[in-house]
Write a protein that binds this ligand. Structure first.
Ligand SMILES: Cc1cc2nc3c(=O)[nH]c(=O)nc-3n(C[C@H](O)[C@H](O)[C@H](O)COP(=O)(O)OP(=O)(O)OC[C@H]3O[C@@H](n4cnc5c(N)ncnc54)[C@H](O)[C@@H]3O)c2cc1C
Length: 279
């Protein structure tokens, strides 16, 4: 995924460090829209960050001055070496459950090495044993851990009225500069479904708010249902994208149509108000 790798790289580059990102993925941040990922990669390169996609790190050696990272281009044998005085592992965290020996009581783990749960967040082995948050290996977000906590609390107290989490409108943000955010269905997902959809996509780097930040890479893509004009998904790259995405999360959760959104009164000039101009 590379969220943290991109975020820390932008911070370190802004502090004057020379940064190399090594990612074994050919296309990083794969839950976001491809066009916006490309724009973020361009923005990252413009900051002088060396982005090596399709490079898998194999080993790290200690040297007299720091570290040497050996990486190989996917599918090739040639090894590349990168000298660094700091190496940051940002390839994700695996739930630390091994020492709990949960398999002794029949609890099983999933392909992400997290605790397998059913739709009520109960472990598959025991109804009264729940798992939530990162340890399930599902969506690793603070908001999700809190949301699932509320559902588990309810389900413990009301075993005859069990609730199920709904992850459809889970917003996520890469805190780079500019920021990248998304919520709802991607264009690829909608394409595979039988929904008739319409895409609104453009650069908005000439928008007032973006110009205050000299942001040349601002882009958006919003997908709506053609029949009822309900918003299905949104991806935003730009200043304020971390807040702007909440407007679309609210619209998806409350089933507010694109037309209703574009006619709402909002404070000008604010990042959230840009949502009105996307249609
Ligand atoms: C660098 C970084 C940046 C992030 N940025 C964001 C962000 O911008 N937005 C966002 O939404 N999410 C972000 N996340 C993810 C977010 O931190 C997690 O999704 C969230 O903390 C999950 O909450 P949790 O309670 O499931 O797990 P945690 O917050 O990891 O809490 C689990 C707790 O359990 C304790 N524990 C572990 N094993 C045991 C044991 N055997 N016995 C007792 N205690 C134990 C741990 O010490 C820890 O305190 C980030 C994560 C990282 C690493």
């Amino acid at each position: 995924m590379c969220f943290i790798g991109f975020e820390l790289s932008h911070i370190l580059a802004a502090c004057g460090a020379k940064v190399v990102i090594l990612s074994n993925e050919e296309s990083p941040l794969s839950t976001f829209d491809n066009e916006l990922i490309d724009s973020l990669v361009q923005a990252t390169l413009k900051k002088g960050i060396d982005v090596r996609l399709g490079f898998e790190a194999h080993k790290i050696d200690k040297t007299e001055t720091g570290f040497s990272v050996e990486a190989k281009r996917n599918g090739l044998r040639k090894a590349y070496h990168f000298d660094a005085d700091l190496v940051i592992h940002s390839a994700g965290r695996i739930p630390a459950i091994e020492t709990l020996r949960l398999s002794n009581i029949g609890v099983i783990t999933n392909e992400k090495k997290g605790v397998e749960v059913n739709e009520y967040l109960q472990t598959t082995a025991h109804n009264h044993l729940f798992a939530l948050g990162d340890v399930t290996g599902n969506l690793p977000f603070t908001e999700i851990a809190g949301y699932e906590g509320g559902i588990v609390a309810h389900n413990i107290l009301h075993p005859k009225d069990l609730r199920t989490p709904d992850y459809l409108a889970t917003p996520s943000v890469v805190f780079t500069h500019p920021k990248l955010s998304s919520v709802g269905k991607s264009e690829a997902e909608v394409k595979e479904s039988d929904i008739e959809y319409e895409v609104f996509s453009d650069s908005f780097s000439k928008a007032f708010i973006q110009r205050t930040q000299k942001n040349d890479f601002a882009r958006y893509k919003v997908i709506i249902d053609k029949k009822n004009r309900k918003i299905l998904g949104a991806n935003i790259l730009g200043h304020g994208a971390e807040d702007l995405i909440n407007i679309f999360a609210i619209c998806i959760q409350a089933e507010i149509t694109a037309d209703k959104l574009s006619n709402m009164l909002m404070a000008y000039p604010t990042p959230s108000r840009q949502a009105k101009s996307f249609f």
